[in-house]
Design a protein around this ligand. Structure first.
Ligand code: PLP
Length: 381
């Protein structure tokens, strides 16, 4: 139909909807569902951040702010990014209501009708939707055969990236796999990006949630400083999903264009939330460390429990997800596991990774044990 714009009609509603609808129905009927489908930390926002948000409201920080963010927050972000070795000043930043908005603005700014966007599968659901809404065409490289690592897939990436490629998206640590890409992988990305003049989004939203290896920021790889858009946000590291705060850091010319989109759509991120963001960046190291330690022991527990049942999973190095190998028909596996064992997971198909279910371990160790027991008892693993 031509009733609505093609840019929305060509995007599918979230493939996770069937699972969450069924989970809600079961819970409404009184079932005790172990929900391992959620993409948010199960911790409260640290107190000092909440207090800073309240204090900012009390102090009257409730009006519009400069479109690209308040100078004090931008300066705190500059300190954070330069501390990571990223060459960045306030002129390189737009503060957004969530990293998702930062990604959306980047896709809209970089991708024209017919431009090619390369994704690494399994990929977070919204990249595909954002590429399509911008009119882009997709070329995908599957990392599933390589334990979700990029370095062994560089040849395949080399076949996908060409002079027609406008944008490549890298997300390390990855949602949904938890993979952290090696420096050699990022250098491989650099070689291709430079050769074919490609802009690369580096979605680093899980950068602080890592266990073994710290990921190198892509923008610090020699040759990438002028072609990387670094995306980050407060949702995951500081358990601030509902506050909606994130940012993009990019070359000034890109920021000038994206800034128009930003000012004509969202205007600015919420004023007092930006003030709370300063507190998060400047004084929340201990709380982050505690949350990451909890995620680490849950990861270890889950890997061990699956191992006890003879199931080998690719051990994630970051974020709070892992991919469980299931039937080829992952959609049915997830619906059945939910219906019969009351364990909610996300079908791999949602991430273009059929044959897997994504497990989020943003849940207590008791609930994780319960989930594995139920899956085993139901014959699902
Ligand atoms: N990028 C990835 C890979 C994510 O998993 C998410 C959230 O699920 C986001 C970006 C967006 O985060 P937010 O908009 O809450 O900052």
């Amino acid at each position: 139909s031509d009733e609505f714009a093609a840019r929305v009609e060509r995007v599918e509603p979230s493939a996770t909807l069937a699972v969450s609808n069924l989970a809600s129905e079961l819970e409404a009927d009184g079932a005790d569902v172990v929900d391992l489908s959620v993409g948010e930390p199960d911790f409260d926002t640290p107190d000092n951040i909440v207090e800073a948000g309240k204090a900012a409201m009390d102090a009257g920080h409730t009006g519009y702010t400069p479109s690209s963010g308040i100078p004090e927050l931008k300066s705190a972000i500059v300190d954070k990014l330069t501390g990571q070795g990223i060459d960045c000043g306030p002129e390189n930043l737009i503060v957004t209501p969530g990293a998702k908005q930062a990604l959306y603005e980047t896709f809209q700014t970089v991708v024209d009708d017919g431009d090619e966007v390369v994704l690494l599968d399994p990929a977070w659901v919204s990249y595909e939707a954002m590429a399509k809404m911008a009119g882009g065409s997709l070329d995908r490289v599957d990392l599933a055969a390589h334990d979700f690592q990029l370095e062994p897939a560089l040849d395949e990436l080399g076949q996908a990236v060409s002079d027609d490629t406008e944008l490549l998206v890298v997300n390390s640590p990855s949602n949904p796999t938890g993979a952290v890409y090696s420096d050699a992988a990022l250098e491989g990305v650099r070689d291709l990006a430079v050769e074919h003049d490609v802009t690369v989004i580096s979605d680093e939203i899980y950068e602080q949630v890592t266990y073994d290896a710290d990921p190198t920021p892509l923008a610090t790889i020699d040759g990438m400083e002028d072609r990387t858009v670094t995306i980050n946000g407060f949702s995951k590291a500081y358990s601030m999903t509902g506050w909606r705060l994130g940012y993009l850091c990019a070359p000034e010319e890109l920021i000038a264009q994206a800034g128009k989109l930003h000012s004509h759509s969202v205007s600015c991120a919420v004023n007092f939330v930006q003030h709370a963001g300063i507190e998060a960046l400047e004084d929340t190291d201990d709380a982050v460390e505690e949350m990451v330690a909890a995620f680490r022991s849950r990861r270890d527990l889950l890997v061990d429990l699956f191992d006890d049942h003879g199931v080998d999973v690719a051990v994630p190095d970051g974020a709070f997800y892992m991919m469980l190998p299931v039937d080829d028909d992952d959609q049915s596996w997830c619906m059945d596991a939910l219906e019969d064992a009351h364990v909610a997971t996300v079908p791999g198909g949602a991430f273009n990774a059929p044959g897997y279910a994504r497990i989020s371990y943003a849940a207590s160790e008791t609930r994780l044990r319960e989930a594995v027991d139920r899956l085993a008892a139901g014959g699902f693993i």
